[in-house]
Design a protein around this ligand. Structure first.
Ligand SMILES: [Zn+2]
Length: 386
């Protein structure tokens, strides 16, 4: 809207200038006239900003200031079927930043979905300075069919195909429209996950270190305000906005301080996990001054400098020997895999000392799948300064 109006005005100005140059029959008019045009330009630009901020549209949901409106991001059919992604726009009564809260890229990470559903109900636009774009469930087919990790329509993870393209499959098209409608319209984004059906996970978040001091300072404060006390320092994610792959990275590489959070496990919806995600979001809103009050910051987080993923070398029945959140030593047995008549085929050992961020929650195991993720606690050297 802003872009369109500004372009229109600029065209108008260049037309006037052009006419003026071609006719220049008067030397008295040029100054005041150009001033008039400049003031007109500023006025219209400001007005269009005000109009732009007066309404916020995401997909079919258009909210005026002080309104909460629901709708959908309509992904048209292409090489495969169409998808309608539900969205809520809470346009606060007072101006402020635009925060996107997104969940359900993995449709069976239930706590994250339920947390955003709860926030849609809770947030009151009359109390908010700024706006919140809430996307509770991107991967609807995964949710409905109870299929973990991927979009069953095209077999792709819905958190690996960003920034997306309209010429690809459903996941690519959905990713493209989320980039346009959600990422590009927000100032900050929180991507929520919840430990999938097959993951027994202890809550943690990701802080992406970009190297941009200002941006990293804000995202670091966001991740501390969110309140999960184990934080993975992410330095290896893509730097190229055109190949950002992950949702949070799509926002981060576009200069928007953003974080990823994860709480929940193995298909359960436990109050403690949902509360962690709901209260974390509200605390981030307080840090961003979108809600009154002070955020509650994690005082002494456990920073994780590296994550080791253990992949199973065999297909069979998995038996865990550790639980989520436990600390293990290098070489310690974390579980084993047997064939279907009890013979041990493979012993999974931790490649490093660290904390069990998640361990396989179900006995089904196929070769190459993840047994556990072990987080290595940051050393004195790699711990972010206070
Ligand atoms: Zn996930």
């Amino acid at each position: 809207m802003l872009l369109r109006m500004t372009t229109l005005v600029l065209c108008e100005v260049s037309r006037i200038n052009l006419n003026h140059t071609s006719t220049h029959n008067n030397y008295v008019i040029p100054m005041p006239r150009s001033l008039r045009i400049a003031s007109l330009l500023i006025l219209v630009t400001l007005t269009s900003v005000a109009q732009d901020r007066a309404r916020l549209s995401v997909g079919t949901a258009t909210a005026a200031r002080g309104q909460k409106v629901t709708g959908a991001i309509e992904v048209p059919a292409g090489v495969d079927t169409a998808l309608s992604i539900p969205v809520a726009v809470v346009h606060g009564a007072k101006p402020g930043p635009v925060l996107a809260l997104v969940a359900g890229a993995h449709g069976t990470e239930y706590t994250s979905i339920i947390a955003v559903e709860r926030l849609i109900g809770m947030l009151n636009p009359s109390e908010i300075s700024g706006s919140v774009i809430l996307v509770p469930l991107i991967n609807i087919q995964s949710f409905e069919k109870k299929i973990a990790h991927v979009n069953p329509v095209d077999g792709k993870s819905m958190n690996r195909m960003y920034p997306g393209t309209m010429s690809g499959t459903q996941t690519d098209r959905a990713s493209y429209l989320i980039t346009k409608q959600v990422v590009e319209q927000c100032d900050h984004l929180v991507d929520m996950h919840g430990g999938d059906i097959d993951e027994s996970l202890r809550p943690y978040s990701y802080w992406t270190k970009t190297g941009s001091e200002r941006q990293d300072e804000i995202s670091r404060a966001m991740v501390l305000a969110f309140g999960l006390d184990h934080i993975i320092i992410s330095t290896e994610r893509p730097k190229d906005p055109m190949a950002s792959r992950y949702l949070e990275n799509t926002a981060t590489t576009r200069g928007k301080p953003s974080i990823t959070v994860e709480a929940g496990h193995a298909g359960t919806v436990e109050e403690v996990d949902v509360n962690a995600l709901v209260n974390g979001s509200l605390s981030v809103m307080r840090y961003l001054k979108m809600l009154p009050g002070a955020p509650s910051m994690v005082e002494r987080p456990v920073w994780i400098e590296k994550v080791h993923s253990i992949a199973s070398e065999q297909t069979g029945i998995f038996y865990p020997l550790v639980r989520k959140g436990m600390y293990v030593q290098e070489g310690m047995k974390v579980g084993y895999v047997t064939d279907y008549v009890g013979k041990t085929l493979y012993e999974a050992r931790s490649p490093a000392a660290g904390v069990v961020l998640f361990i396989r929650a179900v006995p089904s195991m196929t070769k190459g799948e993840t047994v556990a993720n072990i987080g290595v606690v940051a050393s004195e050297m790699t711990t972010p300064a206070k």
